[in-house]
Design a protein around this ligand. Structure first.
Ligand SMILES: Nc1ncnc2c1ncn2[C@@H]1O[C@H](COP(=O)(O)OP(=O)(O)OP(=O)(O)O)[C@@H](O)[C@H]1O
Length: 265
């Protein structure tokens, strides 16, 4: 990481939602965080602490109430094709086949499709979906649909990939398979990733740094560097060092939450 030139920089960022009726909700307060190019940062914290809000700010989908956000040194003021987003539900268009779903962001930008078709096929191959390019979403399992969502987020070669509990709705085995897939994608493309999860194990396995957040209004409780060698595999979760990192994250969560955490091992 080159701290002198982070890809993303948040300085004193706060976010308050103004309800039409009722009291405003302060979701985040005074977040300062740098994310370096190629880095994987995972965000963990109790339910409602503002993780998704932070990701929406990074995605330019919401603006902070206070503070400053920079993307590659420029003020970050809205959505951009330089940012790919993967949600918990992939929300594929049911009337379009897999390859057309992957190409949706290109259509939305009204860019020429032809140069991206080859890229879409490459991504489907990387994600093990090459023989499903012409299939429709209802013909795919939940894990396969999420892979399409990941390919769709990668189609524009984003500088940063934002992932909001992308594997949270999947069964444990599919979740493990996709975690391995994501590690492989990161090895191959070195995409910068910000990843929200409730799983401490997932947060440690993926991360260069785990950002542990406090209960709402979310602040950064602590940033924990994870110095495990890459490439990583699922086997790594059995190592002693992995266990130490995981219990480090749990201790910080417990300090800030008591025992009321939704996080799981
Ligand atoms: N659009 C909105 N308008 C008003 N309040 C909102 C809005 N979005 C989120 N909130 C509130 O902001 C707080 C943070 O929500 P957010 O979804 O960012 O938390 P989270 O950490 O991602 O939660 P979870 O882990 O349960 O997904 C919550 O109290 C939530 O009710």
């Amino acid at each position: 990481m080159d701290p002198a030139r982070p890809l993303v920089s948040l300085r004193g960022v706060s976010k308050t939602y103004q309800a039409k009726k009722g009291t405003p909700v302060q979701a985040l307060t005074d977040i300062s965080l740098d994310i370096a190019e190629g880095e994987v940062v995972t965000l963990v914290g109790p339910s409602g602490c503002g993780k998704s809000t932070l990701l929406r700010l990074l995605g330019g989908l919401h603006m902070p109430t206070e503070g400053e956000m920079l993307l590659a040194g420029q003020r970050h003021t809205g959505p951009s094709h330089r940012i790919g987003i993967v949600y918990q539900q992939p929300l594929l268009l049911p009337w379009k086949n897999v390859i057309e779903n992957v190409l949706v962001p290109i259509r939305v930008r009204r860019a020429k499709l032809a140069p991206y078709r080859e890229r879409a096929r490459e991504l489907l191959t990387v994600l093990g979906l090459d023989s499903f390019a012409q299939s429709y979403p209802h013909q795919l399992s939940g894990g396969m649909q999420q892979r399409v969502g990941i390919a769709r987020a990668l189609i524009q070669d984003p500088e940063i990939l934002l992932m909001d509990e992308p594997f949270g709705a999947l069964d444990a085995m599919t979740r493990d398979a996709l975690t391995v897939e994501l590690l492989r994608i990161h090895e191959e493309f070195r995409t910068t990733i910000a990843f929200v999860t409730h799983s401490i194990a997932e947060s440690v396995l993926l991360a260069d740094r785990v950002v542990v957040m406090t209960p709402r209004p979310g602040r950064v409780a602590q940033v924990l560097p994870v110095d495990l060698p890459r490439p990583r595999t699922l086997e790594d979760v059995n190592s002693e060092r992995f266990g130490q990192y995981a219990s480090g994250v749990r201790t910080i969560l417990d300090e800030h939450l008591g025992k009321h955490t939704k996080a799981v091992a």
